[in-house]
Ligand binder design. Structure first.
Ligand SMILES: C[S@@+](CC[C@H](N)C(=O)[O-])C[C@H]1O[C@@H](n2cnc3c(N)ncnc32)[C@H](O)[C@@H]1O
Length: 248
């Protein structure tokens, strides 16, 4: 029996991409029976990838994903979608620091039919970038991105997109109770600031996904967050996707 594959094409920080692709294809040709995943700096073999069978998730992804980078990060999106779904069983609202273009949050909204839920989704980002900022710039950052991202959620009255710097902005707009949280700020100080303000508001059993926790480029976050959680008696689970997972 042959199992299906998911072949994303995006790998980061590769010296010679053609050489890398040749080597990878050469290696994968030797795999028996499939179950191959490639993309987002992950190569995994002989896996079921059950998220590919979740029709609601796959529809939400195909409706909202438009680039090869976004296509290659489907396993990360599946982790976030699962954690958010678990949040439906917990008291409180959903939070994402930060949302950028809103792609992951929009996948979650479509997956869970969020507009029909008695929950609120709080999304934050700076949306613009200047060279003094400690996180790296992204190609979509611009003066228009805030409005574009707001427009992406304009059909959902229970989603609030706020422009501002985390953690400062959380003093003005933030839920009292949190059922699911996704932190993806690419910056250790900002992430620790968000944890200082919001982790205590998470309901028991609510899941926190730290997008950058396992990536070597964000080792400072790994170090700061490992220490922060150890002081509170938690250990972060590092996933092969590069995400970190904490159950409150
Ligand atoms: C990788 S992107 C987020 C992607 C998004 N979570 C998704 O999955 O589609 C990281 C974002 O963090 C934002 N950011 C970095 N530091 C921030 C801060 N202190 N406050 C608010 N946003 C910040 C950046 O503007 C950038 O858009």
């Amino acid at each position: 029996m042959d199992f299906r594959n998911y072949r994303g094409t995006v790998f980061f920080a590769i010296k010679d991409k053609d050489n890398f692709a040749r080597g990878m294809n050469h290696m994968l040709a030797e795999v028996v029976a499939g179950g191959i995943f490639t993309g987002d700096n992950m190569i995994s073999l002989s896996k079921n990838m059950g998220f590919l069978d979740d029709a609601d998730f796959m529809q939400a992804v195909s409706r909202n994903v438009s680039s090869n980078v976004e296509r290659s990060t489907i396993w990360r999106q599946a982790v976030v979608a699962w954690a958010a779904r678990e949040g439906l069983r917990r008291e409180g609202d959903f939070v994402e620091c930060a949302c950028y273009k809103g792609t992951t949050a929009r996948i979650v909204c479509d997956y869970l039919d969020f507009g029909k839920l008695d929950k609120h989704y709080y999304l934050y980002d700076l949306f613009e970038h200047d060279p003094t900022m400690p996180h790296h710039a992204m190609s979509g950052h611009s003066q228009e991105l805030y409005a574009t991202t707001q427009a992406r959620f304009s059909d959902l009255p229970n989603v609030t997109v706020t422009q501002g710097a985390v953690p400062a902005v959380l003093h003005s707009v933030a839920p009292e109770k949190i059922a699911f949280m996704h932190i993806d700020l690419n910056n250790a100080d900002a992430e620790i600031g968000a944890l200082d303000l919001l982790f205590d508001r998470m309901s028991p059993g609510a899941i926190l996904v730290l997008d950058d926790f396992g990536w070597v480029y964000y080792h400072a976050q790994h170090k700061a967050e490992t220490t922060w959680f150890a002081k509170r008696g938690y250990r972060v689970l590092e996933l092969p996707t590069g995400q970190g997972l904490v159950i409150k």
